[in-house]
Design a protein around this ligand. Sequence first.
Ligand code: HEM
Length: 185
Amino acid sequence: MYGLVNKAIEELVVTHYGEDKWEAIKAKAGVDVEVFVSNEGYPDEITYNLVGAATEVLGAPARDILIAFGEHWVLKTASHSYGAMMRSGGQSLKEFLINLPNFHTRVQMIYPKLQPPRFECTDIGDDSLKLHYHTHRPGLADFVVGLVQGLGKLYHTPATATLIDSKAAGADHDVFEVRWTAATA
Ligand code: HEM
């Protein structure tokens, strides 16, 4: 994955737990990269090892770390560094989710070697939809839960994503039921 993913994990850890914990996580993960470069590609293994080491060093389950990372990605990384791109995604949570299938096509203009996930929305209602998530990468469903929760916060529209069908349970891909409540001020 591009370095900006690992950089965002670093930022999340350093902000909430401090520099020492980040160094301990890198050491446990066997990662000797001093500085991650945003537009450089790194093996996915590095990202997985960092998350695995974080569960041990921080004493938190992978699910909690991936959800926190998803929220951080939307509310900090994407909103601060790619604000215009995020705004072009839609004016409400529902609109953003409906446009999500095309989102990484724009990201690909900046990061041409991107291997993005593929999303699809079905059963679109007033306060829910089904979000289909296709990827060749295992174990990232909780990251998607955090991303959706983060988008809910971004649009002041509290949202939940519940896995209702999963690749881990033999389905073709992961499916989430996303539910939201009316926007708050
Ligand atoms: C401007 C905002 C965004 C940028 C710059 C961005 C960029 C990226 C990058 C660089 C990767 C790693 C893949 C690779 O390097 O090949 C990635 C993965 C991913 N992105 Fe985005 N992304 C953005 C917003 C979003 C949003 C809003 C969602 C969903 C709600 C999302 C869902 C994902 C998921 C689930 C992955 C994990 C990889 C996988 O499933 O295979 N991204 N994105």
